[in-house]
Design a protein around this ligand. Sequence first.
Ligand code: CP
Ligand code: NVA
Length: 311
Amino acid sequence: MNLKGRSFLTLKDFTPEEIQYLIDLAADLKAKKKKGITGQSLKGKNIALIFEKPSTRTRCAFSVACNDEGGFHEYLGRSEIQLGSKESVKDTARVLGRMFDAIEFRGFSHKHVEMLAQYSGVPVWNGLTDEYHPTQILADFLTLQEHFGYLKGLNFVYMGDGRNNMANSLMIGCGKMGVNCTIIAPKELWPNEEIVGQSREYSAAAGSVITITDDISAVKGADCVYTDVWCSMGEEEKAAERVSLLRPYQVNAQVMETTGKDSSVFMHCLPAVKGNEVTEDVFEADYSIVFDEAENRMHTIKAVMVATLGE
Ligand code: CP
Ligand code: NVA
């Protein structure tokens, strides 16, 4: 499998085999790191990390993964770069592309990450935009694969804001990998029809089903119950409205009971607002695998960097 020189903007651009390759490469890099073995695959590579929005996991995953593989990274925070304000995204892309071997971008506009990829001439990795969060999905799928031993045919349920970057990327990822995906959300927050349509095309090819419903009892049979914050970064003014809309969609012990399976797990991309989208007891339960998931951000991001840029 050769992914050299490719950008990683959404999972739409990758085949199921390529996605599986990245997950398996991450598992391999993880096993090596546990034995104290790191590589030099990014030796001599200079990597720009642009963060318009804050981050704990994604920033640290890129920094540590880069360091583990012998590369150099430069953090460019919102107040340290003129991106899109005093300097156009197109010009910034062309400047950074002359200096760096790859660029990670976390920000608001998905158009901006696409422009960086179009004009920089180097691989660009999406560390989250308003629309998509694809590196998170690799970590989620590595975690599910570690836990269940397989992905295809798992019943995955996402409850909460069905229109955000996580819901979009999870639907696409599940469609690609043949995971059955049920989005449980109030009608006002159902996903964009175009993304549902695309995901259904992928799932038809992979043999799984994508379901959108506002019926909480659809959690029955779930192998994994997943949620995310009710207000994503940049939507802070919607907090009150979201709490009243989404309160019935909280993942609590009753919801986990309704899966009808003792083997169901709870997942969350984090950071979590406990008492909103998830209760403290579910978050802390034995079936919650959120910290395996958080750790796997690093191994999967390393796999993306090594596969697209590494020697
Ligand atoms: N899950 C995730 O992307 O976390 P951060 O916002 O901390 O990077
Ligand atoms: N939907 C969340 C994901 C955080 C990782 C946000 O965009 O804030």
